[in-house]
Write a protein that binds this ligand. Structure first.
Ligand SMILES: NC(=O)c1ccc[n+]([C@@H]2O[C@H](COP(=O)([O-])OP(=O)(O)OC[C@H]3O[C@@H](n4cnc5c(N)ncnc54)[C@H](OP(=O)(O)O)[C@@H]3O)[C@@H](O)[C@H]2O)c1
Length: 275
């Protein structure tokens, strides 16, 4: 596949006011793409849209809504389709995770994670696919995680939801291979998205820091590789090596290793020694 140029076409990006979504918006603006940005209400998306439009000379539409509700997803899709602009890309970035014991996780957090990570991503893909197919070339870029490749304790439903994103994306990509719609899935490792995240990864010491990338680096790798035609994108050499290794280590050895590393996120040192 040749490096594709989507300048002056509209790209939809969810979760665009924070972290990786914000960096992806900037990276696509740098490519000269017009943007349709979505975030939760009250996250400063209007200001960010104005700043990007001024700095990169692109057109930006923005919409604030909570993707947990099915009616909001439909309202957003109808609003976008009514703009009568050429939609050449959908970036399903919105998603949430964290670390906790499953039994101590609130029902509402489990529900939100499944609704945003799985249902919203799937329904948005379905709503926008006809518009994407109407273009000569277009793409869907779904954001998964390195957590998609092995089951993990202490991560609630997050790894399972990201395994869904991987499976759904690769399957759909195959189904659409004879169309102009390119489907890619990106699997970032830990990124500097929040102080909480930095503190959590800091507990892994050398192991965690080795995998660490900035959101700008991940956005740059993700967009360049997707435009070059890659289907499964794993940013960072360290992350690629870890995933390769985990693939070959049998589950009965891998799971206790993963338990040991991730238990640092939910138990104190003294609690871990008494386990
Ligand atoms: N952080 C990491 O280390 C890491 C590692 C691997 C994969 N990822 C994945 O990368 C993606 C971005 O993560 P991040 O860490 O940059 O995000 P983040 O800073 O934790 O923020 C969560 C993102 O999801 C959006 N979001 C959450 N709940 C939403 C809802 N109910 N409705 C609409 N949007 C909602 C947020 O939108 P707003 O912009 O409105 O706040 C925000 O962009 C996610 O899919 C995440 O799973 C992150």
């Amino acid at each position: 596949m040749k490096y594709k140029n989507y300048s002056n076409k509209y790209i939809i990006i969810t979760g665009a006011s924070l972290g990786l979504g914000k960096a992806l918006a900037k990276r696509f603006a740098l490519e000269g793409c017009n943007l349709i940005l979505l975030s939760l209400p009250g996250e400063g998306l209007a200001n960010y849209s104005r700043m990007l439009a001024n700095e990169y000379g692109v057109k930006i539409l923005h919409f604030e809504t909570d993707l947990c509700k099915g009616e909001n997803i439909k309202e957003f899709a109808d609003w976008v389709l009514n703009q009568k602009v050429q939609i050449a890309g959908l970036v399903n970035n919105a998603g949430l995770g964290g670390s906790a014991l499953f039994e101590q996780t609130s029902i509402s957090l489990i529900d939100t994670m499944l609704l945003v990570n799985v249902r919203a991503l799937t329904l948005l893909t379905r709503y926008f696919l006809p518009a994407l197919k109407a273009q000569e070339h277009s793409f869907i870029l779904n954001v998964s995680s390195i957590a998609a490749f092995k089951p993990m304790p202490f991560k609630m439903v997050y790894p399972a939801s990201k395994a869904f994103v991987y499976s759904f994306s690769v399957g759909l990509g195959e189904e659409l291979k004879d169309t102009g719609v390119h489907v890619a899935v990106m699997h970032p490792g830990p990124m500097n998205t929040s102080e909480d995240n930095e503190a959590r990864i800091g507990k892994h010491g050398f192991m965690g820091k080795g995998a660490w990338l900035t959101v700008d680096d991940v956005a740059d790798i993700g967009v360049s590789k997707m435009l070059a035609g890659d289907k499964v994108i794993i940013p960072g050499v360290y992350n690629k090596v870890i995933i390769r290794l985990l693939k070959f280590i049998p589950r009965i050895f891998a799971m206790p290793m993963i338990y040991k590393v991730l238990s640092k996120e939910v138990f104190s040192e003294s609690e871990r020694q008494s386990i």
